[in-house]
Write a protein that binds this ligand. Structure first.
Ligand code: GAL
Length: 953
């Protein structure tokens, strides 16, 4: 049955879209407890005698005990038959009785909804006001003359599915309801309805003009300015607005007795010679894609949560946000203005699921949808046009191509010529001021940087589209897929992004995991993904791909990203220290430079360097502080660390907050050679050749180990790069072990020869363990590994099999509680994700060494460890010393347990602490949505040799 629900029309009865203004006119929040009743179909309920529940507004009803949330990635959760939706269309009827506050003016009033998912039909006091679609966009109704002093009844019928859902196929939970604020606004006679603040900045001079639909007077006290609307004013000596220095000039516009707050930022965005500039300076956005998400409240965020996001971003050196894939709550943009973040404001348009019809019927290519699509762009631009932080409009995400994008582009250019436009998915880029792609490989990104990328499908080389595209700046709208453990290669990407002027910014996919709190059958709380609920189809755990865990704990990926994009590169060498200012606008005057010299991780000297004056994008070279060089020789490795910290409090972090750091090794002091002994402190089982004890420490192993619990990136995406499958096909997850020989040489060396390989296959690794006594506390182990059998013809598709890891597994008593090590830390590190790990002495409990990925997988690795000490329960200590370095993982369960677990609560401590000492572990990559892991981060099957020393104490 066709009705307003499944007609493509965007709505009816609504007021024209306008700016989101803060004024001193009376405003009544209608948030709170509403009456609610859920019906199975769009008919809703008209029975006033039914028992109605109460529900909080704003919220999503599926997170308030009515029905269930549903996650899909690209799939529509209903038949692809636009614009129709099924009769099974959960519909929430909402009702609120409210009184007007005393002295509510007797003038015009407007009812505003900031966001209702997906279609709302609204009545006030029995009069139908209209309906609206476009979930993440505001709509307003004129209610003048309909209001009563007391006992108003506002009724809203909200349909989970509507034609609008076809335009909202973003990769996220489907979460219906009135999920943003509802407000009643008094509009005094003669007040302005809409305001458009136009600013510019060039050569020290700012310009400002405030357009409004009625005449008014603008005042900016801090600039001693007072001028009429519609008049352009130039001001010398203003500070421009930028993400790094977000100077806002607060002002007002007075009209009709109403004061409208203005937060004016002077800035000009331009594209010149294929580069993006703000205020005449090139910028490089170091960004994230941000969905609105809270693990309890879905996309119904409170302001404190929005502020938390902004603060977390600023504290992790992020300077830009793409509001994937819809305009955020307007308060978030106010915070971006205030704290300083560049924003790519993206329209609430995604039709990804038309991929399942071969893009047949795709709305942007069908004139029937034109109004609905243009309506969304208009509502975004009108609402957000006054934010200095918004520097780019994005037309939407993954919606193919179609004439509607031309219509939208034309409308935006005419309405707001001051901001460039981004759209990634139309490969002609005709409607975009940027070339843009998602998830390129490193070589592909380099080609793009050089403007040498191949012409996309459908674009002939040398054609006007091809030539124009190469002339555009590049905005990397998604890369670094942060699903599970990862992403790797962030430093590799950053190097390329900084090597070519074409790049104006890059945005990690994505900011936060979309896990939702729930309980398992035993009542244990855990963060659920799509596959943890019953709806089908669902995108399972593909929604867990953020730099923050869903509870907003930073993941190691965020720590790595913060370091990779730090605004100052501090390059410490024994000869000098180079500071590279990566800020695009500001110098380094707000930073203090603190240095420390440490021997084997123990500080032996420290001090402060005078911060030199280094302009944006400039470099300075400083001498190493003489006091650091004057420290007498010590022991072990001597490292100089220089930290750049905030000199004073800022709105986003206190003084002392570290924004950047660098380290360099100054010297290595060799320890005296140990006195040799021929008594082996280790005891071996004569049959297996494995340790049975070590001094008075209980220890078992080693087993040669190649298995890791696959991380999300090991599974690849869409059948591509599925290394985990190939590893399992080969049998890497089930190696069987055999000891071929155990012998003792005259000097006390014990030689153990082993063979390990999977059932069925001839492929195997042969290894020799050579245990040579060092002194009465230590034994040195040299391991040689050689592949044997047929590795090439394994049933793994067309790629060469590589090893997940290569190392040794030991078992230790469960009393081991603490790990202390010298090497990179404290966070986990991998061969392609180790920028954030600093060389030092670190200590952590075994439990704290686990990163609780919501889908259990390999974690907690530490590359390049020099030595590791394990202890606890008053028992003897075990020390492992590298020859020279090793990687370690220590946990209370085995890799196999980790591999089997579906959720963190499935992992139970065993009676053994399992220690992996690895020669190598494969890197992380981001193949869960992205290119294959580069070869250099894989472990080829070939002979290896490595060593380590085990000691007591
Ligand atoms: C992109 C898409 C995002 C998300 C990501 C994978 O193609 O734009 O919304 O789905 O892939 O997580």
């Amino acid at each position: 049955m066709t009705s307003y629900v499944d007609s493509p029309s965007p709505g009816a009865g609504r007021r024209a879209p306008r700016a989101d203004l803060q004024t001193d006119s009376p405003r009544l929040s209608l948030n709170g407890q509403w009456k609610f009743r859920l019906s199975p179909t769009a008919e809703g309920t008209d029975d006033p005698f039914e028992d109605w529940d109460t529900i909080r507004v704003p919220s999503h009803w599926v997170l308030e005990g009515h029905g269930e949330p549903w996650y899909t990635n690209t799939a529509y959760p209903f038949p692809l038959d636009p614009p129709h939706v099924p009769d099974e269309n959960p519909t929430g009827d909402y009702r609120l009785r409210f009184d007007l506050p005393p002295h509510w003016p007797d003038t015009a009033s407007v009812l505003r909804f900031q966001g209702v998912d997906s279609c709302a039909r609204v009545w006030l006091n029995g009069t139908e006001l209209g309906h609206s679609k476009g979930s993440r966009l505001p709509f307003e109704f004129e209610v003048t003359g309909l209001l009563l002093p007391r006992g108003n009844v506002l009724a809203v019928r909200v349909h989970r599915w509507s034609s609008g859902s076809y335009l909202e196929d973003q990769d996220m939970w489907w979460l219906p309801g009135i999920f943003r604020d509802v407000e009643l606004l008094a509009r005094p006679a003669g007040c302005v309805d809409d305001v458009f603040v136009h600013t510019g900045f060039a050569d020290g001079t700012g310009t400002v003009r405030v357009d409004a639909d009625r005449p008014g007077v603008v005042e900016i006290p801090s600039l001693s300015l007072r001028f009429d609307t519609g008049v352009s004013v130039s001001v010398d000596g203003v500070e421009p607005w930028s993400a790094e220095s977000p100077r806002l000039y607060r002002g007002t516009l007075v009209a009709g007795g109403e004061r409208v707050e203005l937060a004016i930022g002077f800035r000009t965005v331009s594209i010149v010679d294929g580069r993006l500039f703000v205020n005449g300076r090139p910028i490089l956005m170091r960004g994230v894609n941000r969905h609105e998400h809270d693990p309890h409240r879905g996309r119904s965020l409170d302001v404190e949560t929005m502020r938390r996001d902004v603060l977390l971003m600023k504290r992790h050196n992020i300077n830009a946000v793409r509001t994937s894939h819809y305009p955020p709550h307007p308060e978030f943009l106010r915070l971006c203005d205030e704290y300083g973040l560049w924003v790519v404001d993206e329209c609430d348009i995604e039709t990804h699921g038309f991929a399942y019809s071969g893009w047949e019927g795709n709305p942007p290519a069908d004139p029937a949808w034109r109004d609905a699509l243009v309506d969304r762009a208009q509502r975004m631009v009108e609402r957000d046009k006054n934010h200095p932080s918004v520097i780019i409009w994005s037309l939407g995400n993954e919606s193919g191509a179609g004439d509607a994008f031309g219509d939208i582009e034309r409308w935006i250019r005419q309405r707001d010529p001051s901001r460039p436009i981004h759209y990634e998915r139309d490969r002609s880029y005709r409607h975009s001021d940027f070339h843009s792609v998602m998830y390129p490989s490193l070589p592909e990104l380099t080609e793009i940087g050089l403007r040498e990328e191949p012409a996309p499908d459908g674009v002939s080389p040398g054609s006007p589209d091809d030539v124009r595209r190469r002339s555009l700046p590049h905005l990397l709208c998604e890369y670094g897929h942060a699903m599970g453990n990862g992403p790797g290669s962030l430093a590799d990407y950053q190097r390329i992004l900084e090597s070519h002027e074409r790049f104006c910014g890059a945005f990690i996919w994505e900011w936060i995991d979309h896990g939702l709190w729930g309980h398992d059958a035993d009542g244990v709380p855990y963060l659920r993904h799509g596959g943890d609920l019953d709806q089908k189809p669902n995108g399972e755990r593909f929604c867990l791909d953020g730099l923050l865990f869903a509870d907003r704990t930073p993941s190691p990926g965020l720590v790595e990203y913060a370091k990779v994009i730090e605004p100052v590169v501090v390059d410490v060498r024994p000869s000098d220290i180079t500071l590279r200012n990566r800020y695009d606008v500001i110098d380094l005057a707000h930073l203090r430079l603190l240095w420390t010299v440490a021997d084997d991780g123990i500080a032996v000297a420290s001090g402060e360097l005078a911060t030199p004056s280094v302009a944006a994008r400039a470099t300075a070279v400083l001498p190493v502080p003489p006091a650091a060089l004057a420290v007498p020789p010590g022991t072990g490795e001597r490292w100089l660390t220089v930290r750049a910290v905030l000199a004073a409090d800022t709105p986003w972090a206190p003084a002392g907050h570290e924004v950047a750091w660098g380290q360099g090794m100054l010297a290595v002091f060799k320890p005296p050679a140990p006195s040799r002994s021929s008594t082996n402190v280790a005891r071996f089982d004569p049959t297996t050749g494995r340790l049975t004890g070590f001094g008075d420490l209980a220890i078992t192993g080693p087993w040669l180990d190649v298995w890791r619990a696959p991380i999300e990136n090991d599974h690849g995406h869409g059948g591509l790069n599925d290394l985990a499958r190939s590893w399992r096909a080969v049998g890497m997850d089930r190696f069987l072990h055999r000891t071929d020989e155990v012998s003792t040489l005259d000097d006390g060396t014990v030689v153990v020869r082993v063979h390990c390989g999977p059932a069925t296959q001839t492929l195997a690794l042969k290894a020799e363990f050579r245990w040579t006594p060092v002194d009465d506390r230590s034994v040195h182990l040299r391991v040689t590994v050689e592949p044997v059998g047929i590795w090439e013809n394994t049933p793994i598709g067309n790629h060469t099999v590589t090893l997940p890891r290569l190392g040794l597994r030991f078992g230790l008593p469960a009393t081991v509680e603490t790990a202390e090590w010298f090497g990179p830390g404290p966070h986990e590190s991998y061969v392609d994700s180790q920028t954030a790990a600093r060389v030092g002495r670190h200590r952590a409990s075994v439990d704290a060494l686990q990163t609780p990925y919501p889908v259990p997988q390999e974690n907690g690795n530490h590359v390049d460890t020099r030595w590791l000490r394990l202890y606890g329960g008053g028992r003897p200590r075990l020390r492992v010393t590298g020859d020279p370095h090793f990687a370690f993982t220590v946990r209370r369960w085995t890799t196999e347990d980790l591999d089997r677990a579906a959720h963190p609560q499935d992992l139970r401590p065993s009676d053994t602490v399992w220690l992996n000492i690895d020669h190598l572990q494969q890197g992380l990559g981001s193949a869960s949505c992205g290119p294959a892991l580069p070869d250099r981060y894989r472990i080829p099957v070939k002979p290896y040799e490595f060593g380590l020393t085990l000691s007591r104490g």
